[in-house]
Write a protein that binds this ligand. Structure first.
Ligand code: HEM
Ligand SMILES: [Cu+2]
Length: 569
């Protein structure tokens, strides 16, 4: 289309048709079947929910700044922390990596023109919103005060909006299942010629393992929540002991999904970290097969450990012992991954850019979350620590330190491919530092608070805990400032950022080597034939010579410093 000519950039190919500009107007977005556009629709959606969840988190921390009532009543506090948790988990963390980054990158990474079922993909996004709105209806009309776990029998009795919210989560489950299904079929059926399983990028392996969990575990949550809703409406007596039901049964059902769900949240993150370390250390991933298969092993083991959430629920000692033992096993494939990442960095030609910075931060904080998880998996430790701030610190180290940091790393990594523009690297590094400091200042004191006996989900506390709570609250402000900065320079880059070359990082996977600055609507003119693994950097000329955009794959540094020398290590 010769309609848009940018006089200023004559050298750049004008009228370049890409997935962002080939069709215009809101309708073309709302009806799009393009996996990349759907990824962006998800990005906007989850960013919105993240802001809401984040503000609620700041309010929780503000209330805890001092003992006694600070800014809200105890009842309001119950609602606020519940909403924070429910929004962050169901509307942000679970969809974040697969639905945003996976949708955007997966088909291109395997050399496909789209996912297997593009219409289903768009439908998943609408189902996501239908579920979100249903949840929000319940929240706005009657609030939610059960905690994100909806434990019975309280959740069967409370007058808050449980019924609506669990129906919303039920609907969200379909979105998650359909995305997983779409990805599995895509990976099985749509790989380009030569893209063997042992040449799959590790992010794709991570998404594959995630999808298996999504398909197998999510229905259990769906049915559990449906039963909970029926319990509330029809009093059928499944979970409510007053009606002959069993509240511990609810916990079994709930965690049978929700422990695997924590791997839905982290496995794609593992995949992202592999891409970042592969690209920015220029050495490929040490032990590719182990890293790939450990994702599948984790997905499988993740189904066997749910009972570690219930050590103090009254389940049998035998059950607890077995679950404790199985929990330790999860540490093995997880440790394999971490060791392989570190080994990949060793003697690599490290290029310290913001995406790698996030990966390094991940390597520091995720093991803290993992080791404390193993500690909690130990019966003798979990009994005193259960439902204290130690648990809060543990899961924030894995979910924020693990998943959220890898999501930010991935977002910074693929940003130039999504929008064809660079962001300010200096500001990105500053923000990463602020986030790292803010994160640790917020959550590390919570480990100490937990060992000292500060229970979680409490609105008030004894004065001895004040200092640690205040440190934690100040940390949340630093974290908030860091995130505002990220939002600031990313938005700025959308409009004013320098144009990115087709392969600004000199990466080896297809989305960088075989698409233009911004991918075209169907990704490739011709489906590429894959002849090497994703991290074979010694085949440098192939990597740097085959791009199709005006950058032609060469690493052009916008500021003039040529980066080509870097690629030949
Ligand atoms: C080495 C791996 C891990 C182990 C051994 C582990 C172990 C545990 C244990 C034993 C608990 C129960 C503590 C209690 O309530 O008393 C727990 C809680 C939790 N873990 Fe992990 N964990 C691991 C990784 C993860 C990951 C990767 C995530 C998320 C991305 C995660 C998220 C959570 C959450 C959300 C809770 C608290 C649930 C709640 O009661 O609200 N964990 N973990
Ligand atoms: Cu668990």
């Amino acid at each position: 289309m010769a309609t848009q000519m940018h006089a200023a950039t004559v050298a750049q190919s004008q009228a370049e048709v890409n997935y962002l500009n080939h069709a215009r107007g809101l309708k073309s977005w709302l009806l799009t079947l393009d996996h990349k556009r759907i990824g962006l629709l998800y990005l906007i959606s989850i960013a919105l929910f993240f802001v809401v969840g984040g503000i609620l988190a700041l309010l929780v921390r503000l209330e805890l700044f001092e003992p006694g009532q600070t800014i809200m009543s105890a009842e309001t506090y119950n609602h606020v922390f519940t909403l924070h948790g429910a929004i962050m988990i169901f509307l942000f963390l679970i969809p974040a990596a697969p639905a945003v980054l996976g949708n955007f990158a997966l088909p291109i990474m395997i050399g496909a023109r789209d996912v297997a079922f593009p219409r289903l993909n768009l439908a998943s996004w609408y189902i996501f919103w239908l579920g979100a709105i249903t949840m929000l209806v319940g929240i706005v009309t009657s609030g939610l005060d059960t905690g994100w776990t909806f434990y019975t029998p309280y959740s069967t009795m409370t007058g808050s909006g449980v019924t609506w919210v669990v129906l919303g989560v039920f609907i969200l489950g379909f979105s998650s299942i359909l995305t997983g299904l779409n990805f599995i079929v895509t990976i099985h059926k749509m790989r380009a010629p030569g893209m063997t399983w042992s040449r799959l990028p590790l992010f794709v392996w991570g998404l594959y393992a995630t999808s298996i969990v999504q398909i197998l575990a999510t229905p259990v949550l769906g049915i559990t929540l449906l039963l909970l809703a029926l319990e509330r409406i029809l009093k059928i007596g499944i979970f409510d002991p007053a009606l002959g039901g069993d509240p511990v049964l609810f916990q079994h059902f709930f965690w049978f999904y929700s422990h695997p769900a924590v791997y839905i949240m982290i496995l794609p993150g593992f995949g992202i970290i592999s891409e970042l370390i592969g690209t920015f250390s220029r050495k490929g991933i040490f032990g590719y097969k182990f890293v790939a298969l450990s994702s599948v092993a984790i997905a499988f083991l993740g189904f066997l450990v749910w009972g570690h959430h219930m050590f103090v629920s009254g389940q049998s000692a035998t059950a607890s012992t077995v679950f404790s033992l199985l929990t330790f096993l999860i540490g093995v494939p997880t440790g394999v991954k971490v060791l392989n990442w570190v080994a990949s960095l060793y003697r690599g030609s490290i290029w310290l850019r913001s995406p790698l910075l996030y990966a390094l931060m991940f390597l520091f904080v995720f093991p803290i979350g993992g080791f404390t998880g193993i500690a909690l998996g130990t019966l003798g430790l979990d009994v005193p620590l259960h439902d204290t701030y130690f648990v809060v610190a543990h899961f924030h180290y894995v979910m924020v330190g693990g998943m959220f940091l890898s999501f930010l790393g991935g977002l910074h990594y693929w940003w130039p491919k999504m929008f064809g523009r660079l962001y300010n690297e200096k500001l990105a590094q500053l923000a990463a530092l602020l986030i790292f400091v803010g994160f640790n200042v917020t959550f590390f004191p919570q480990f100490i608070l937990g060992t000292q006996g500060m229970p979680r989900r409490y609105f008030d506390y004894v004065p001895e805990f004040t200092t640690l709570h205040q440190i934690s609250t100040v940390g949340s402000w630093i974290l908030g400032v860091g995130l505002l900065l990220v939002a600031g320079y990313l938005l700025h880059s959308l409009f004013k950022g320098q144009k990115a070359p087709a392969n600004p990082w000199g990466a080896g996977t297809l989305e960088w080597t075989h698409t233009g600055r911004i991918p075209s609507p169907h990704n490739f003119d011709r489906i590429p034939v894959v002849t090497r693994g994703p991290y074979d950097y010694h085949l440098a000329e192939e990597i740097f010579g085959n791009g199709r955009g005006e950058g032609n794959g060469v690493v052009v540094q916008p500021s003039g410093q040529a980066q080509q020398s870097h690629s030949t290590t």
